[in-house]
Design a protein around this ligand. Structure first.
Ligand code: GTP
Ligand code: MG
Length: 200
């Protein structure tokens, strides 16, 4: 069947992109304890909807800079080429580690790759869902989420951004906030009939 719509999952290595896809769709995409499990864009289809699991970008232990740069560029080109059909880009972050990583890059005068990706998606006009994953490891939820939205230049409190920010735990199966955002985007294009493929 011809693909009309696409949902993509992007984010650094090991943040739980594949685990989230598994929870949302029930499909057994490959996941793993080590970074760099997903090596190239991997697809699942439901009717004319494509769900794409991207390789992780950012630092990978033992992978040369040029290769990491190539992965990032591959993702950027993929998104540019398929922009028209992308209903939602889910940007996955590790909620507990995110702020520290961003601050480390910024203190070196570099643009953190997550922020670069977010700005790129915004400029393209893609609908973005920020999935703050691994919330099961986070103690002070509200404080952490406020810190996270600030890094994306969104004004806290984070609850102002419920249409963009979804605290989730793929591990616990607590993904309703993300399901709601994704279904909302499907609803906006009149495709409630695809809700059944994106589970609560
Ligand atoms: N504690 C916790 N661990 C999680 C959660 N989601 C995923 N993980 C673990 O994080 C690790 C990486 O998960 P993946 O789903 O393979 O991550 P990925 O982002 O697809 O990784 P790459 O394909 O390497 O980019 C695995 O050990 C998962 O079990 C979560 O919500 N909480
Ligand atoms: Mg993966």
């Amino acid at each position: 069947m011809h693909i009309n719509h696409e949902i993509i999952f992007a984010g650094r290595s090991n943040v739980g992109k594949s685990s989230l896809i598994r929870r949302l769709t029930g499909k057994r995409v490959k996941i793993g304890r080590l970074a760099g499990v997903t090596k190239k864009p991997t697809h699942i289809t439901f009717k004319d909807l494509l769900i794409t699991d991207m390789p992780g970008y950012g630092f990978l232990h033992g992978v040369p800079d040029v290769v990491q740069e190539r992965i990032k560029n591959q993702i950027i080109h993929y998104i540019e080429d398929n922009n028209e059909r992308i209903v939602c880009a889910v940007q996955v972050i590790d909620a507990g580690a995110f702020c520290e990583i961003v601050d480390r890059w910024q203190s070196r005068g570099e643009i953190p790759v997550d922020i670069e990706m977010f700005d790129f998606l915004c400029d393209l006009g893609v609908n973005i869902a920020i999935a703050a994953n691994k919330m099961d490891l986070v103690k002070d939820h509200d404080h952490t989420l406020d810190q996270i939205v600030e890094r994306f230049d969104l004004l806290p409190p984070w609850r102002q951004w419920l249409d963009t920010v979804a605290p989730v735990s793929a591990k616990k199966g607590d993904v309703a906030a993300l399901t709601t955002i994704v279904r909302d985007q499907l609803h906006k294009i009149g495709r409630d009939n695809l809700f059944k493929y994106i589970k609560m």
